[in-house]
Write a protein that binds this ligand. Structure first.
Ligand code: GLY
Length: 395
């Protein structure tokens, strides 16, 4: 009886926050934008043609090739559009761009971004098609990513190219997202060691990557030989001790995903802690964070729509795991509000350019992709819309 009442209460709470916002309408908007992009891209074999970002006040996509860390988000977004609209054009296009990424499964690992590159693209492709050749690419890439693991430290070396500069093993918070590739490969392939690597990376990160208030450092440096933590610093945040918005959103998403695979309650508890400090400090107006929560330039600085998209997507998943119906409903309500803000005329690109969203901030300290449309913002936005659609049980 108690269970029935709790379930009824949860359904009422969820429905009370669901009025009016229609995710399918926004998915259809994204599809329209993507069709414009598809029509504007150069043909294959004539240089880079994978969309990455559109600078503020520009209309043309900055195009990259398969080696770029953002190369997998475009085909990932196409797969989601295929799922959300059933339009076969998106499947054909996703397959076209996936093909370009295949060398990543055979080449030496350049950095940790292999997860973003291959799991967003081939991961979604395999989920929707069960094509065994996709699975092979994913499994081979997971083995490649694992070559960057340092067992002494207990984490993956995120940026091999920066070891000389830092004089140390480095791990960035973003790296926690790429554990999904390893967890998935361990579950679906033969290399069970990948599970241990991913789990240990998450445990080490949980121990060393956060301040007492559960806000994240962007980068942690470790002594390569002893494995000891040296210090936490920033790379894309305002300062070493501030909360870089997208970094914290990677943490929210990452630890939620770690719980999905491990069912270790420590990860669920931690995912809630890193979420709660983020939610507590968000601007009330739109729930879209400034690019860094502690930059003294607030409110005269740029927001980061991509961090909001990542967080909204993560919150829908996290809400599935928490038991308390009020907490569940709170996470869903926040995620929905984030999606509403992102779907407003302030944040959608509409006629301004062909991306889905405006106002993401890539790397503010070097003035890179500031107040821009960035492909990973679009990817997590469409992912979150689909999760919300599923929650509403819409066909
Ligand atoms: N992974 C790099 C970034 O979030 O900008």
């Amino acid at each position: 009886m108690k269970k029935i009442l709790t379930t009824c209460l949860f359904i009422c709470l969820v429905w009370s926050v669901h009025a009016q916002f229609n995710p399918q309408k926004e998915i259809d908007y994204c599809a329209k934008q993507a069709l414009k992009t598809i029509n504007s891209l150069p043909p294959d074999g004539q240089g880079s043609n994978i969309p990455r970002s559109i600078d503020k006040d520009k209309t043309a996509w900055r195009l990259v090739d398969y080696k770029d860390w953002c190369s997998g988000f475009w085909s990932g977004a196409l797969w989601y559009l295929y799922e959300g609209t059933k339009n076969p054009v998106f499947k054909v296009q996703a397959e076209r761009f996936d093909k370009q990424l295949k060398p990543l499964s055979q080449e030496k690992a350049y950095d940790h971004d292999l997860g973003f590159q291959i799991f967003c693209s081939y991961g979604n492709g395999y989920r929707l098609t069960n094509n065994p050749s996709y699975k092979n690419v994913i499994l081979a890439t997971a083995d490649t990513l694992a070559t960057l693991y340092n067992p002494k430290v207990g984490t993956i070396l995120s940026w091999p190219r920066e070891v000389k500069k830092f004089g140390a093993h480095n791990t960035i918070i973003d790296n926690v997202i790429n554990l999904e590739l390893l967890f998935w490969a361990a579950k679906n392939g033969k290399n069970k060691n990948l599970y241990k690597i991913a789990e240990q990376h998450a445990l080490t990160t949980m121990k060393n990557h956060f301040r007492d208030d559960y806000t994240s450092y962007h980068v942690v440096l470790y002594d390569t030989l002893t494995g000891q933590k040296i210090k936490g610093i920033t790379h894309q945040g305002y300062a070493d001790n501030t909360m870089w918005a997208r970094g914290q959103s990677w943490a929210i998403y990452g630890f939620t995903m770690c719980y999905r695979f491990t069912k270790n309650p420590q990860f669920l508890d931690f995912a809630q802690k890193v979420t709660d400090v983020y939610l507590k400090n968000l601007p009330d107006d739109s729930l879209i964070p400034y690019w860094d929560f502690n930059t003294p330039e607030i409110p005269n600085t740029t927001r980061d729509a991509s961090a909001a998209a990542v967080t909204a997507s993560a919150l829908f998943e996290l809400s599935n795991y928490v038991k308390n119906p009020k907490t569940k409903a709170r996470y869903i309500s926040k995620a929905k509000k984030m999606l509403e803000s992102l779907s407003s005329s302030v944040y959608q690109s509409r006629e301004i350019n062909d991306a889905f969203l405006l106002h993401s901030t890539g790397n503010r300290p070097i003035n890179g992709e500031v107040d821009a449309s960035i492909i990973y913002g679009d990817y997590y936005y469409i992912e979150a819309l689909l999760k919300y659609k599923k929650l509403l049980k819409m066909k």
